[in-house]
Write a protein that binds this ligand. Structure first.
Ligand code: ATP
Length: 207
């Protein structure tokens, strides 16, 4: 099974990194593909360039096995719609179950994603706990797809929804950007190599 973890990574932090390590172990994944997005349809332009976000992601994951940085969204023209990304991944991994991991915050906004029901034709969606966010499962479409066991995901290539508890770290990129802009100390929220990169390139100096 292949894991997919998309994000803006502006910057990458331990909330992302613990999540990808833990899901790799829990679901016994062959690999997890980290996919930085280019023009996030749901948010303002990131405050640093895509190249810099990618560089920080590379630095943070250098020593982690089974993680692949996948630049297909950066290499593609136009906005980064997940449905297009999954279709392209399905071209590379025709037979394997694809597991798209998203935090609860992202799941609660899923029905605003471009052509969102098609996501389930292409992958399973696994929703990860995140402090401060409660799951809203109001939609019948979701209820009918929910499974409780990861073995269920292995039996199908796509189409299921699962909720997975992970170590809850109350870390967000926006809080880190604010800490840096206020000249406070961000250590232990993200890797030192990323902090060094941020300081040497004078990133996030203003909120
Ligand atoms: P920002 O604060 O700028 O919105 P972020 O910290 O939420 O950024 P993103 O790159 O937007 O980071 O998130 C990418 C994915 O990682 C999303 O699915 C999000 O839900 C998940 N995620 C981010 N931080 C955490 C965390 N601390 N715990 C669990 N999931 C997380």
């Amino acid at each position: 099974m292949i894991g997919i973890f998309g994000g803006t990574f502006d910057p990458v932090h331990y909330g992302h990194l613990r999540a990808v390590i833990e899901v790799g172990e829990i679901f016994n994944l062959d690999e997890v593909r980290l996919i930085p997005n280019k023009t996030p349809p749901h948010r303002l332009e990131p405050s640093v360039t895509s190249k810099m976000r990618l560089e920080m992601l590379r630095l943070a994951t250098e020593k982690l096995p089974n993680l692949v940085i996948d630049t297909r969204e950066l290499d593609r023209e136009g906005p980064s719609y997940m449905v297009d990304t999954l279709r392209s991944l399905r071209g590379d991994f025709a037979e394997q179950p694809l597991l798209l991991f998203i935090g609860v915050d992202a799941f609660n906004g899923l029905t605003s994603w471009h052509r969102w029901p098609e996501l389930f034709d292409l992958a399973h969606i696994v929703v990860l706990t995140r402090p401060g966010y409660l799951i809203r499962l109001e939609n019948e479409f979701f209820r009918g797809r929910q499974v409780l066991e990861s073995a269920e995901l292995a039996r199908h290539q796509a189409g299921k929804l699962m909720f997975q508890r992970i170590t809850e770290l109350d870390i967000s990129a926006s809080a880190i950007r604010k800490i840096i802009a206020e000249r406070r100390d961000p250590r232990f929220l993200l890797p030192d190599v990323v902090i060094d990169y941020i300081h040497s390139h004078h990133l996030y100096q203003n909120v």
